[in-house]
Design a protein around this ligand. Structure first.
Ligand SMILES: [Zn+2]
Length: 87
């Protein structure tokens, strides 16, 4: 009898991570073009102090995966912030 070994295979924490990974991998992923199209709105929400990630999860999802778009987003934030300060 080898009790203990089998039951330790799946820790609750590991299970939670797996569930989370499944939840964050969306079948309706967007590409760079779509992300870019929505980036303005996403940045505006972000600057308005709203939860952009919750409002536009697909954009957030893409930004998490795509370095190019994330850089673009960060530049956009800087530009929008400068514009907002100037007005
Ligand atoms: Zn991208």
């Amino acid at each position: 009898m080898r009790r203990g070994q089998g039951t330790a295979a799946l820790q609750p924490a590991e299970l939670a991570t797996m569930v989370q990974m499944v939840a964050t991998t969306r079948p309706d992923e967007i590409g760079c073009d779509e992300c870019f199209e929505q980036l303005d709105r996403f940045a505006e929400l972000e600057l308005a102090g709203k939860n952009a990630a919750e409002a536009m999860p697909l954009v957030q999802d893409h930004l998490d995966r795509c370095n190019d778009c994330r850089e673009e987003f960060e530049m956009l934030l800087v530009v929008l912030q400068a514009t907002a300060d100037g007005v």
